[in-house]
Ligand binder design. Structure first.
Ligand code: 6PG
Length: 237
């Protein structure tokens, strides 16, 4: 794993604007880019910014999701719906480039289908699919994608995808597993807000119960970047 890169921004919007520029540059530099998206609040800002960009050749981009809630694609909880509303409906991306997790399907069957899809669509190293970029968030409990602290086994699960569950609501999710996340060329965490401060700093400084947070186990062979705002970093006051 290359050294962890910590990129600090004044606020979520500034972070999202910078990351959008970076992503657009990556798209321009490549013939193709296989990207796994995340749900959550910071990606919403990012998608709104990307939707306004005019000169992006979206046909070079293949979109996947790191996780999806087991709900219909038009459900307000759906990560795909959020992306569709804020980005996909506003850009011209070939429909065949959009590889959504079918939240409406049987979770176990969809986990198997999606596991095979990423195995078929992506280059393979170490027997695992390689994403060019995986965008992740981190929950206040240190979860990432839909790997929660009560299901740490998903970090080392042998399959590409697994059925996870939210620790409070019990809502089922389909999530990429830790081995696939760690096989990416690059993983970029977008983490904002004071609610993440304590957990993020435990992870960053490897103190306290940092090992109990799934996010701390995402240590890809490639690049690992944390894009954070000052509320995550600064002490209150
Ligand atoms: C999801 C996301 C999840 C998210 C974190 C952080 O499906 O909700 O994939 O992992 O990234 O919960 O979300 P916020 O950025 O909104 O706090």
């Amino acid at each position: 794993m290359e050294l962890l890169q910590l990129k600090k921004f004044a606020d979520p919007q500034t972070l999202a604007e910078h990351f959008a520029r970076q992503l657009i540059d990556w798209i321009k530099e490549r013939d193709s880019l296989h990207v796994a998206l995340s749900g959550g609040s910071t990606p919403k800002l990012l998608f709104r910014i990307l939707a306004k960009e005019q000169d992006v050749d979206w046909s070079k981009v293949h979109l996947y999701w790191g996780d999806e809630r087991c709900v219909a694609p038009d459900d307000v909880e759906s990560n795909y719906k959020m992306t569709k509303d804020l980005l996909l409906d506003r850009i011209s991306m070939p429909v065949e480039n959009i590889h959504r997790i079918r939240g409406e399907a049987d979770p176990e069957e969809e986990a198997q289908r999606y596991a095979q899809l990423v195995q078929d669509q992506l280059p393979i190293t170490n027997g695992l699919p390689v994403f060019d970029l995986i965008i992740l968030g981190m929950g206040g409990d240190g979860h990432t994608a839909s790997i929660f602290p009560h299901q740490m086994e998903l970090l080392t699960a042998p399959s590409n995808c697994a059925v996870a569950s939210h620790p409070v609501s019990g809502q089922r999710r389909v999530s990429l597993t830790g081995r696939v996340l760690n096989n990416a060329k690059q993983v970029a965490f977008l983490i904002t807000g004071a609610g993440k401060r304590e957990v993020f700093n435990e992870i960053l400084h490897r103190r306290g119960v940092w090992r109990s947070y799934p996010t701390s186990h995402i240590q890809p062979a490639g690049e690992l970047s944390f894009y954070v705002d000052r509320f995550v970093l600064e002490e209150p006051g």
